[in-house]
Design a protein around this ligand. Structure first.
Ligand SMILES: Cc1cc2nc3c(=O)[nH]c(=O)nc-3n(C[C@H](O)[C@H](O)[C@H](O)COP(=O)(O)O)c2cc1C
Length: 348
């Protein structure tokens, strides 16, 4: 059993920067780790070569602990019929943007953790790996733990937390429904099971022995202090880092976060096929927020990415997944070092 966050994370501060696929690379990871927090690298949308390059960049940038993050969803086969229905629903937008009708292609940019990835990263013996959407199968999980790597995964319900503990994780991230990005949910797709962090954190703490990390809506040191005083071992913060100098958040995304548009976020499945929280834009209003027509994760993204590409060239965020949590008050245009230190102010 771990005594405290230092024992668990090996960091100076009880702050984990959320891995945020698509909006950050190793620069943010390194900056947060150098500041005393745990920097994370989202690997869910990277090729194996890119993952290796990014780990090498981290190791060149800091000797301090870092976290690698992978998706661990159960892949489902590409379904041509469902995809055609989705394409049909999107056809008016393809017409509007003068884009050719979408071609059927099963290519997907989000693949789950695998032995191939493990082969490529084993030599680095990453200190911590976090998984999103459950865990890989036991053989693969044990392989990673055999390197001495600590394994963490997110729970969105008490049942998920209990299951994760039974599988032998080192810590559980309680992901409140306020959180930006994809819901980690893996036991149910019923959104009515999703709880706010204020209710989820104590209920998970009540049922598991392993350390619990709080995530969702934490944007300043008061938020961090609150979750620590409730019994969390550390806080995982994502949205607040989206405007940092080292984040790759696009200009359109930054503008939406800074405006009152960010007062309205929703859980939507239209961009990827799985529910995720983003700022409400035209696509969410007209197609969602939750659609029954959408193909399974991650195939919904194929056509949406084409629409997004053309719309963004016209400076429109109509089809952009503006992933963002409910609390943007903590978003600051500063270096990740300044933000990390501010989040931990008067805590350690
Ligand atoms: C833009 C964005 C992208 C995200 N991508 C990932 C990801 O790739 N992997 C992951 O485990 N979590 C991802 N998350 C969710 C975070 O792990 C975490 O649950 C969330 O940031 C916490 O809530 P907050 O955003 O309100 O701080 C993402 C969140 C955001 C805002």
């Amino acid at each position: 059993m771990y005594q405290d966050f230092k024992d668990l994370l090996g960091t100076e501060l009880p702050i984990i920067q959320s891995p945020m696929a698509g909006v950050q690379g190793s620069a943010l990871t390194i900056a947060v780790s150098q500041a005393g927090g745990l920097g994370s690298l989202p690997c869910g949308m990277l090729s194996i070569d890119q993952i290796v390059d990014e780990i090498m960049a981290i190791q060149a940038g800091t000797d301090l602990p870092y976290n690698l993050n992978f998706f661990s969803h159960q892949p489902v086969p590409y379904d041509e019929k469902r995809q055609s229905q989705w394409q049909h629903a999107l056809q008016p937008y393809f017409n509007e943007l003068k884009l050719e009708s979408p071609a059927n292609s099963s290519g997907s940019s989000r693949v789950p953790f695998s032995h191939d990835i493990a082969d490529a990263i084993e030599a680095f013996k990453p200190p911590i790996i976090s998984f999103h959407f459950g865990l890989p199968e036991q053989g693969l999980l044990k392989r990673v733990q055999g390197w001495g790597t600590k394994v963490v995964s997110s729970a969105t319900t008490v049942a998920e937390a209990v299951w994760l503990e039974q599988q032998g994780v080192d810590a559980i991230i309680a992901q409140g429904v306020e959180a930006g990005g994809h819901r980690a949910m893996f036991m149910s797709d019923d959104l009515t099971t999703q709880m706010g962090l204020m209710a989820l954190l104590p209920r998970i703490l009540d049922r598991v022995q392993v350390p619990v990390i709080a995530a969702g809506g934490i944007g300043d040191s008061l938020g961090v202090k609150s979750v620590l005083s409730m019994g969390a071992t550390a806080a995982q913060v994502g949205t607040a880092y989206l405007l940092c100098d080292e984040a790759k958040t696009s200009a359109l995304h930054r503008a939406a976060i800074k405006s009152d548009q960010s007062l309205h976020t929703a859980l939507t499945n239209i961009f990827s096929g799985k529910p995720a929280r983003g700022i409400v834009n035209r696509a969410i209003k007209e197609l969602g927020p939750m659609s029954d027509t959408v193909p399974d994760f991650p195939y919904a993204s194929i056509e949406m990415t084409q629409l997004r590409g053309v719309a963004e060239q016209q400076s429109s965020d109509d089809f952009t997944p503006l992933w963002c949590g409910q609390n943007t008050l903590g978003c600051r245009e500063v270096s990740a070092k300044v933000l990390t230190k501010a989040l931990a102010e008067k805590i350690v």
